[in-house]
Design a protein around this ligand. Structure first.
Ligand code: TXA
Ligand code: MG
Length: 344
């Protein structure tokens, strides 16, 4: 299959491009498109055969539920039940935007392979002009995971999608770099109080300001980052990645030690710790700017894959605001490994 990558620059007349994308989706195909978080790989969420193609293209295990994307907030009623007053407040405050809400599913609407093993459905309205225009032109819900090969960092640029899925999907809509850079916050509204299942740009503080206290399953993961297991199988670059404390001296010593073992070292870290000692240093923004770090993180992990690094060190962020989401992704990329615990 040939993969076409088409730019959907706002200054051009794109009518025809959206029409092509809608045609592919209506005929049961998949299309990659930008959202404000990361690029998604979409199929009509009511079409089981189309949704199967998402799992095939990504090589994704078929037991992990997909997020349903909608172009108008009111559509949530078609696919979900038990929409509480709090949920409505959150939709009003944060949609369109990087917040996925998990609801009880209305039966018989969404294809069963969108929500394998669960009776709930995760729904969000993305805040990106290309995504919204595509969804509205289509007039159907779109199931879309991130458009990476399973196990790779999520794509924040159209070329990342091409690198991973060239020849496996028919079309990529190129809307430039995504802004947020990490995937949406996932909030389970079926528990009392609601539970954050995945941290993102819509932070716990922001959510609690609207509906009061929520639970945080992520906290449990942060507290036990060393435990191995299925939780940490995503976002992995090719070379082993270790998380390291944000201490310039420790970083220099670690680089020297590794280089004396004959290893080439790539570092992903803040502007403030940039060092020539590393074989490669990918700066992702100021220590004090978590939004920038989130935005640049996945590109940096992909850049590491393009080097000859034997090992990657990623500098920890603090856990305030979007820092929680950045650390969550780093711990997953590291498979829970801390440099200070390295034994080999
Ligand atoms: O920002 C995003 O959310 C991106 C863009 C494309 O919208 N999408 C994305 O999808 O990250 P994906 O498939 O890579 O991640 C979806 C996450 C998974 O961790 C999945 O387990 C969880 O959301 N999820 C989806 N539906 C769920 C449900 N009904 N219950 C619990 N978790 C759910
Ligand atoms: Mg993903």
């Amino acid at each position: 299959m040939e993969t076409i990558l088409i730019s959907v620059d706002n200054s051009m007349d794109n009518e025809n491009i959206y029409k092509q994308a809608v045609d592919i989706l209506k005929k049961g195909g998949v299309v990659s498109f930008p959202t404000e978080t990361v690029y998604g790989l979409g199929a009509v969420a009511t079409d089981e055969a189309a949704v199967r193609k998402i799992f095939e293209a990504k090589g994704r295990p078929s037991d992990n539920p997909l997020i349903v994307h909608i172009g108008n907030a009111e559509e949530v009623e078609k696919f979900a039940t038990g929409i509480t007053a709090d949920a409505k407040k959150l939709m009003k405050a944060f949609w369109p935007g990087p917040l996925t809400l998990v609801f009880e599913m209305k039966p018989g609407q969404i294809a069963p392979n969108v929500t394998p093993g669960v009776e709930t459905v995760g729904i969000r309205m993305p805040d990106h002009p290309v995504a919204i225009r595509l969804l509205r032109a289509l007039g159907e819900p779109v199931a879309a995971p991130s458009a990476n090969r399973s196990g790779k960092p999520s794509p924040t640029e159209a070329t990342h999608v091409l690198d991973d899925l060239d020849g496996r999907i028919p079309m990529i809509l190129d809307g430039g770099r995504t802004g947020v850079g990490v995937e949406s916050t996932v909030l389970d509204m079926t528990t009392v109080p609601p539970t954050i299942l995945r941290p993102g740009n819509t932070t716990q503080e922001m959510i609690e300001e609207v509906i009061g206290p929520v639970q945080n399953e992520v906290g449990e993961i942060e507290k036990a980052p060393r435990s191995p297991g299925m939780k940490y199988t995503h976002y992995a670059p090719d070379a082993p990645l270790f998380v390291i404390h944000p201490d310039g001296r420790k970083l220099e010593v670690a680089i020297q030690t590794l280089q004396s073992e004959g290893k080439k070292v790539a570092v992903v870290g803040p502007d403030e710790m940039q060092t020539d000692a590393a074989d490669w240093y990918f700066s992702i923004g100021s220590l004090h700017n978590h939004e920038a770090m989130a935005s640049n993180l996945y590109r940096a992990l992909r850049q590491c894959d393009m080097t000859k690094a034997d090992i990657i060190l990623a500098v920890e962020t603090d856990l305030s605001g979007v820092g929680v989401a950045v650390m969550n992704r780093l711990i997953k990329a590291a498979d829970g490994k801390q440099y200070s615990d390295r034994t080999e």
